[in-house]
Design a protein around this ligand. Structure first.
Ligand SMILES: NC(=O)c1ccc[n+]([C@@H]2O[C@H](COP(=O)([O-])OP(=O)(O)OC[C@H]3O[C@@H](n4cnc5c(N)ncnc54)[C@H](OP(=O)(O)O)[C@@H]3O)[C@@H](O)[C@H]2O)c1
Length: 304
């Protein structure tokens, strides 16, 4: 089976690439720049840009499964909508006359739902993007759903919570990874505000399993579905910092950095995602608690 990972060289994409490669899938990565970790794997790299319909069209030709991970995150990025929205449209449009068995769109949970109006947040919860990144991801979802309804493209939308773990291209700027890094290297963790913000983190082992189950699930039971993909529990940022300070085998100071009103307004304090629908359809539930996931990362770092 040929799997095309668009944006597969990034943080999540490289974790998926590594796992799919070990599971003997034929993996192709499409992205703007070659990543060094690919040297260790027999994986085809196709250089291209999702904003260029021709390069996308050529890339999807032999794919059975297309996974779209390509995105930029900053509201200040002038290409935010070109890449996240029009890029998604180019990819899904390119799939129109191809024999694609599944198209998995990687969307976001926290940036799309905003603060909870009820808990836990299921896939029917109102949408209230918390920033332009969230808005762009929601527009991309709408394009996917439209193409599914109009042309029956077998799309699945994953609304992913905050992902963490070590991958061949680890992003140390995400909150869990940054806290661990700073605890190790500086002996301190900086928490914004009082740390009451709530997150629902998903460890890569769980995340990768959601994808593997999706790939193996019969397309008729999954086509057109939107699924929350999240870890098994939520935690406040303060408790996360405390947990990491206990798990790291050295003294760690936790600093609370005052926030301004704009920062507080964009924060999420009430958040918990339901993964019941994913469990019913994919037959998989997340298993890795935050404590276990962080323990795994610390062990990996300590062994390197
Ligand atoms: N990380 C999370 O916790 C999280 C949570 C929820 C949802 N998501 C979603 O999951 C996806 C992957 O996230 P990530 O954290 O792995 O991001 P990432 O590390 O920044 O990876 C994004 C990838 O997109 C590629 N890309 C960006 N612009 C492109 C373009 N114009 N054409 C082709 N490729 C392009 C990049 O390739 P180059 O480097 O070669 O340009 C990069 O490999 C995103 O769609 C994101 O919205 C992530």
């Amino acid at each position: 089976m040929n799997i095309l990972l668009i944006g597969g060289g990034g943080y999540i994409g490289s974790a998926l690439t590594e796992k799919f490669f070990k599971e003997n899938y034929n993996v192709t990565i499409f992205g703007r720049s070659y990543k060094k970790f690919l040297e260790t794997m027999d994986i085809e790299f196709v250089k291209g840009d999702v904003r260029d319909p021709t390069s996308v069209k050529n890339a999807v030709k032999n794919a059975d499964i297309v996974i779209n991970l390509a995105a930029v995150f900053s509201d200040k990025d002038a290409s935010l909508y070109d890449i996240n929205v029009l890029g998604t449209r180019n990819i899904i449009h390119a799939c129109l006359n191809e024999n694609i068995s599944k198209f998995i769109q990687c969307s976001t949970a926290a940036a799309i739902y905003g603060n909870a109006r009820y808990l836990p947040i299921d896939e029917n919860h109102p949408i209230s993007p918390r920033n332009e990144y969230g808005l762009s991801k929601y527009l991309a979802e709408s394009i996917c759903s439209w193409y599914h309804e109009k042309y029956n493209i077998p799309i699945v939308i994953f609304r992913i919570s905050n992902a963490y773990g070590i991958s061949p291209n680890t992003k140390w700027t995400t909150v869990v990874m940054q806290f661990i890094k700073n605890a190790f290297e500086k002996g301190e963790i900086n928490v914004l505000g009082e740390g009451k913000q709530v997150r629902n983190f998903i460890h890569f082992d769980d995340l990768v399993n959601f994808f593997l189950h999706c790939i193996k699930t019969d397309v008729d039971s999954i086509s057109g579905e939107i699924l929350n993909v999240a870890g098994p529990e939520e935690i406040t940022i303060k408790n996360l910092a405390t947990l990491i300070s206990h798990l790291v085998d050295q003294k760690v100071r936790i600093n609370f950095i005052p926030t301004n009103s704009a920062q507080r307004a964009s924060e999420i304090f009430n958040f918990s995602l339901s993964t019941k629908k994913a469990k019913e359809i994919l037959k998989y539930s997340p298993k890795i608690s935050v404590q276990e996931g962080i323990g795994k990362i610390i062990k990996q770092i300590s062994n390197d």
